[in-house]
Design a protein around this ligand. Structure first.
Ligand code: 4AD
Ligand code: MG
Length: 460
């Protein structure tokens, strides 16, 4: 029996003998018969297994605990009970193991905080079963989207000597020498313990390496882990997260925004089509109105506004913000939320930010004050994409690097791209977890990463 199709389309197996393996999600028994809700992992929903005292080991089966592992032979029949149309009448149940009674996920509601502490067991709950199946399908949708448009998938390094974002929040990579402390007596870091004598860190973005492949393959994307040492204990920041970074050649910021909008719509549509049961669950139990929100995204153009216009909207809206609004500020989450949730009421691109609050590689506008940057702000989440058109002029790039304290000679791999056939190009980074939060309605980034690396979580 094809197990997946059995759990999804039980009716196709009516009157057939089936062989199942899985875990007991629920069990109740009466004197001479009982019911097991069995889940085999291939589908969000389980199947009801009916057993009675014809089983040689009836008493042992009736005494099974939640999460016990079993092998079931039986026949698919129409169900008399409410709740399911079909069930499996067991002719044989082999017990692989009766689970320890201390299993923490007994049938009652658990708080998200409690479930985070048992990250190794939470994938067995309904909520996390739905989240992590959708995470897998969403990743596939992203690869499928770029593949269909002939983008080349590039793996960029995780250990690197460069700092793409200049945010100064990196994890340093060192080799561990057992006989030497990592710092010298005067407190300075012992460089002999660096990565083979070089200063390295975990990557904050694959963009700079991605750009080098863009100069060869035209359109490329990366999809990999990214690390930021920021200690911000928010529901949207993780120290380890995944980022998708496309880079497109002979393209400007407008093409970049079009690509981002097409991608977001494509992946939302794909997940809604491929995961109907999981999405229904989120719509009912996690975010009421999720379907309306997503359909609204699919059926409308994203908003577009420049930073200068956005500041104007914020100044004139009459709302009192905690952090004062003024041209030049790095917008805080209260400002981004107002723009996306109350003003535009849909995802909105904010473009052309002041150069001083953005990274060195962004293309300088004619005004000399702003750069060709774009952030996509989504209602309920805030920034899900950050991107820009890149500075393709060698002199301007080198002068920007010096202004922010980078040494162009250390980035010759990057400036070479502006020497050997420079070209207009653009790209962006999509935070994979933030996108997953948006699609599922889950409110905390810790609950969309299998094993979150945030300051307070256990690190197994
Ligand atoms: O805006 P960011 O910092 O942009 C870059 O890294 C560029 N190099 C991207 C590019 O142009 N190729 O990060 C991009 C996105 C953010 O919009 C956000 O969705 C996500 O990455 N992100 C985080 N997600 C979770 N936890 C964090 N600490 C994040 N920091 C950024
Ligand atoms: Mg950003």
């Amino acid at each position: 029996t094809l197990v997946k199709s059995l759990f999804r389309e039980t009716e196709k197996h009516l009157d057939k003998e089936v062989y199942l393996s899985g875990w007991v999600r629920k069990i109740r028994d009466q004197k001479n018969f009982g019911f097991i809700e069995l889940n085999d992992g291939t589908f969000f929903k389980g199947v009801q297994v009916v057993f009675d005292n014809n089983l040689a080991n009836f008493a042992d089966v009736a005494a099974l605990s939640i999460s016990s592992s079993v092998l079931v032979t039986g026949k698919v029949v129409k169900s008399q009970g409410a709740g399911q149309s079909f069930e499996v009448m067991a002719s044989k149940i082999e017990i692989v193991q009766k689970a320890d009674l201390e299993y923490p996920l007994q049938n009652k509601r658990h708080s998200m905080e409690f479930l985070r502490e048992i990250a190794h067991l939470r994938p067995r709950t309904n909520t996390f079963s739905a989240v992590f199946r959708v995470r897998s399908v969403l990743a596939y949708a992203i690869h499928k989207f770029f593949n269909e448009q002939n983008f080349v998938y590039v793996n960029t390094p995780i250990i690197t000597g460069s700092d793409a974002e200049g945010a100064g929040e990196m994890f340093r990579v060192t080799t561990l020498k057992l006989d030497k402390p990592p710092r010298k007596e005067d407190g300075s870091i012992d460089a002999s313990q660096d990565f083979f004598g070089k200063e390295t860190n975990l990557t904050v973005s694959g963009q700079l390496n991605g750009e080098t492949f863009c100069a060869a393959f035209r359109n490329i994307y990366t999809f990999g882990p990214t690390f930021r040492a920021e200690n911000s204990n928010t529901s949207r920041h993780a120290a380890e997260f995944w980022m998708i970074e496309p880079e497109i050649a002979f393209a400007d910021l407008t093409a970049n925004m079009e690509l981002a909008e097409d991608m977001i719509k494509y992946i939302i549509r794909y997940v809604m089509e491929q995961c109907p049961e999981e999405m229904e669950f989120f719509n009912q139990f996690v975010e009421k109105g999720l379907f309306d929100k997503l359909n609204n995204v699919l059926n409308n153009n994203f908003g577009r506004v420049t930073y200068t216009e956005a500041i104007d909207i914020l100044l004139k809206c009459g709302k009192k913000f905690e952090y004062p609004v003024q041209w030049g500020i790095d917008m805080q989450s209260e400002h981004e939320r107002y723009l996306a949730e109350e003003h535009f009421k849909k995802p909105v691109f904010v473009t052309d930010y002041p150069k001083d609050i953005k990274a060195f590689y962004m293309k300088l506008n004619e005004d000399g004050k702003t750069v060709r940057a774009m952030d996509l702000l989504a209602p309920g989440i805030g920034e899900i994409i950050g991107g820009s058109q890149r500075e393709d002029n060698l002199e301007k790039l080198e002068s920007r690097m010096k202004q922010v304290g980078l040494h162009p000679e250390e980035y010759s791999f990057y400036t070479d791209l502006r020497r050997y056939g420079t070209f207009p190009h653009a790209g962006y980074g999509l935070g994979f977890e933030r996108m997953l939060m948006y699609v599922t309605g889950m409110g905390n980034i810790r609950d969309v990463i299998p094993f979150p690396r945030t300051p307070k979580n256990a690190l197994f």
